[in-house]
Design a binder for this molecule. Structure first.
Ligand SMILES: Cc1cc2nc3c(=O)[nH]c(=O)nc-3n(C[C@H](O)[C@H](O)[C@H](O)COP(=O)(O)OP(=O)(O)OC[C@H]3O[C@@H](n4cnc5c(N)ncnc54)[C@H](O)[C@@H]3O)c2cc1C
Length: 300
């Protein structure tokens, strides 16, 4: 099928883009990488009257570190994070955050899609299985939104409301995603289960782990596709903090807690709820062990 007819504008500034959105409201869609929008338009599940192509907006492709956070402009493509840690520069020196982003990005689709798709577009699209959405929730990222009334920031924990539903208003665009830098001694890991290479995650776990003097002082666990939106596994995190990582079965137990108390899986034709809980148990346990190993590597 081909898209329904639509008008097209290509603003050169954020203000022009926001003005275009304000004029058309819910009938307008921003075009960033187009890797979800164009597909939806072809199937006519999306029928915007106006497409606001932001690819010519100056400055949105910037990636910079400022105020303890990595600022990811709305036109930074997924592929910018490929081997991110290997190309650390004085401008972008993200340490464990860079390691985490480069671990995650290779799980998103395949290279041609990563060359065009954007992190901000993923957060705008808000697919429950999207890896960047789970990362944003795990790290308490901030989503920067610009609308006719100015700029506001929404924490990732409040941003996702359900499949393809977020706190973003139709007249607002995401201008940047701000990811907090992680302490140098923090270990990071990502574990994903999917049916075929490059398909969306059936389930995935994002983990950061900080261990000081043999005790876990901070644990962050986030889950993709384990509910109708990305979720933090707070119960699992609580079970870890204050414990020794050498405690017998600590990570396996945290996995079971995440599966029972934090995940809220939706039954799917190929995966019932019980199966999904088992996968969450395995992925969280595995990611915690990997993060602990990464923590050791970070300290050497
Ligand atoms: C075959 C295939 C496999 C894929 N596999 C994965 C996968 O494994 N994991 C994954 O996470 N994704 C996957 N994707 C989706 C891909 O990551 C998209 O790039 C991403 O979901 C959307 O980013 P985009 O920049 O392409 O946004 P677009 O497609 O341009 O836009 C998507 C939606 O977000 C809105 N939007 C975009 N940018 C903004 C903004 N700055 N402000 C406000 N609204 C905005 C658009 O209006 C639209 O509604 C896959 C896509 C394909 C085609």
């Amino acid at each position: 099928m081909k898209p329904a007819a639509f008008d097209y504008v290509a603003p050169g500034t954020v203000d022009e883009a926001v003005a275009a959105l304000a004029g058309a409201g819910e009938r307008a869609s921003i075009l960033a990488g187009g890797q979800s929008l164009i597909l939806e338009m072809h199937y006519r599940r999306a029928r915007p009257d106006l497409v606001v192509d932001i690819n010519g907006v100056r400055g949105l492709d910037r990636l910079r570190v400022d105020g303890g956070a990595l600022h990811v402009g709305a036109l930074v493509r997924h592929e910018a994070f490929d081997a991110f840690d290997a190309f650390e520069s004085p401008l972008v020196a993200p340490g464990p955050l860079g390691r985490l982003l480069s671990l995650v990005v290779v799980n998103i689709a395949h290279p041609p899609i990563r060359a065009l798709g954007t992190m901000a577009g993923s957060l705008a699209w808000a697919h429950p299985a999207a890896e960047w959405c789970a990362v944003a929730v795990t790290l308490d990222a901030d989503v920067e939104l610009r609308g006719p009334g100015g700029t506001r920031t929404v924490g990732a924990g409040d941003y996702f409301h359900g499949p393809h539903r977020t706190a973003r208003l139709p007249q607002e665009m995401i201008t940047a995603v701000r990811l907090p830098l992680l302490d140098d001694v923090t270990g990071v890991a990502f574990a994903e289960h999917r049916r075929t290479h490059a398909s969306f995650a059936q389930l995935a776990a994002v983990v950061t782990l900080t261990v000081l003097d043999g005790v876990i002082t901070e644990a962050r666990v986030g889950l993709a596709n384990a509910a109708d939106r990305p979720v933090r596994a707070h119960a699992a995190e609580r079970s870890l903090v204050g414990s020794s990582p050498l405690d017998d079965d600590l990570f396996g137990r945290a996995g079971r807690i995440a599966a029972e108390h934090d995940a809220d899986p939706v039954a799917r034709p190929y995966a019932d709820v019980e199966y999904q809980r088992q996968v969450v148990t395995v992925l969280v346990g595995r990611a915690l062990r990997q993060a602990y190993a990464d923590h050791g590597g970070a300290r050497r």
